[in-house]
Design a protein around this ligand. Structure first.
Ligand SMILES: NC(=O)c1ccc[n+]([C@@H]2O[C@H](COP(=O)([O-])OP(=O)(O)OC[C@H]3O[C@@H](n4cnc5c(N)ncnc54)[C@H](OP(=O)(O)O)[C@@H]3O)[C@@H](O)[C@H]2O)c1
Length: 268
C-alpha cells in the first residue's frame, strides 16, 4: 500500500487536499507541527471512513532533526510513498527592515529548505515508476519580485524553479508540478488583507477546495507549472506587458497597505 504524504495537513489548503483524498480512500500520511491537531484530524477522517489508512507524525519543518524523525518513523512502519504534496508555507508580509532572524529562518526553511529536504527523502522511498507524483504549492506572488512581501515571493520563486528543474531530472520516473494559487480565504488575517486590497484582489480569490482539486488534476496530467484561476492567469499575462519599474510600483502599493505576521507557534 502506497501513501500520500501531505505537509501543512491541518492548514486551510492542506485540509482541503486531505478531505478530497480521504473521500477517494487514498492512504494518507499527514504532518504539521501539532500532534493534538493531527490526532483530531485523524479522528474526524476516521469517523467518516473507518477503513481509511491514516498515519500522522508531527514535524517542525524548520528542524532537520524533526524532518529526519518523520522519515525514520515511516521507515519503521515500512511505508512507501507515491505522492508528496508540500503545502506548508509561511507568508510573512511586512517591510523587510522589520524582520528579525527568526522570521528569516522560519520563512526560508519552511517554504524552501523543508520542501527540498522532504523531496530528497521522499524520492528514496517511492516507486519512481512514472506514476509517482510531487506537487508543491507556490504562489502567484512569485510571478514578480514583491516589495513588502519580498522574502516570501523569493522563497516561492526558489521553490518554483527547483521543481521545474527537478522535473527534467525525474522525467519518466516521477511527475513534478508546482502550482501557483492566488488568494484563498484560509485565515482571518488573509481575509482582512483580501478585503483591504479591494475589488480586483477579490476577483482573484478562490476557495481552497477548488485550488486543491485543480492542483491534483494538474499533477495527474503532469503539468510543469500551473497558475490557478482565470484572473491570476490574466494578471500574469498583463504583468509581462508593462515595464518592470511600473510593476514594482504597483506591487509595492498593494502590499504596503497591509501586513501579515503569522509565523508563530499557534494557529488561529
Ligand atoms: N492563502 C493564500 O492566500 C495563499 C495564496 C498563495 C499561496 N498560498 C500557499 O498555500 C499554502 C497553504 O497556505 P494556507 O493558506 O492554507 O495557510 P495556513 O492555513 O496557515 O497553512 C500553512 C501550513 O503551513 C504549516 N506550517 C507552518 N510552519 C510550519 C513549520 N514550522 N513546520 C511544519 N509546518 C508548518 C502549518 O502547519 P501547522 O500550523 O499545523 O503546524 C499550516 O498547516 C502555503 O504554502 C501558502 O504559502 C496561500
Amino acid at each position: 500500500m502506497n501513501y500520500t504524504l501531505i505537509t501543512g495537513a491541518c492548514g486551510g489548503l492542506g485540509s482541503a487536499f486531505t478531505d478530497i483524498l480521504a473521500e477517494r480512500g487514498t492512504p494518507l500520511f499527514l504532518t504539521g507541527r501539532s500532534e493534538e491537531r493531527l490526532t483530531a484530524l485523524q479522528a474526524s477522517l476516521k469517523a467518516k471512513d473507518p477503513a481509511l489508512e491514516i498515519e500522522i507524525f508531527p514535524c517542525d519543518l524548520r528542524s532537520e532533526e524533526s524532518r529526519a524523525a518523520l522519515f525514520e518513523y515511516a521507515d519503521g512502519k515500512g511505508i512507501i510513498f507515491d505522492r508528496l504534496i508540500y503545502v506548508a508555507g509561511v507568508d510573512t508580509q511586512m517591510p523587510f527592515e522589520q524582520y528579525d532572524e527568526g522570521r528569516i529562518l522560519t520563512q526560508t526553511r519552511v517554504n524552501f529548505e523543508g520542501a527540498v529536504s522532504f523531496i530528497r527523502r521522499f524520492l528514496g522511498r517511492s516507486p519512481l515508476d512514472g506514476k509517482t507524483e510531487i506537487l508543491c504549492i507556490g504562489s502567484v506572488t512569485s510571478i514578480l519580485p514583491e516589495p513588502y512581501f519580498a522574502l516570501y515571493a523569493a522563497t516561492k520563486k526558489a521553490l518554483e524553479y527547483f521543481c521545474m528543474a527537478l522535473r527534467t531530472e525525474l522525467k519518466g520516473r516521477a511527475k513534478v508540478t508546482v502550482v501557483l494559487p492566488g488568494s484563498m480565504p484560509t485565515r482571518e488575517d488573509i481575509v482582512k488583507s483580501i478585503n483591504a486590497h479591494g475589488g480586483y484582489s477579490r476577483l482573484t480569490v478562490l476557495p481552497p477546495r477548488k485550488v486543491a482539486e485543480r492542483a491534483l488534476k494538474a499533477v495527474r496530467k503532469n503539468k510543469m507549472r500551473v497558475i490557478i484561476g482565470f484572473w491570476n492567469k490574466l494578471t500574469n499575462f498583463g504583468s509581462h506587458l508593462i515595464p518592470m519599474s511600473w510593476r514594482m510600483h504597483f506591487a509595492a502599493n498593494i502590499w504596503k497597505k497591509t501586513t501579515k505576521d503569522f509565523y508563530g507557534e499557534e494557529r488561529r
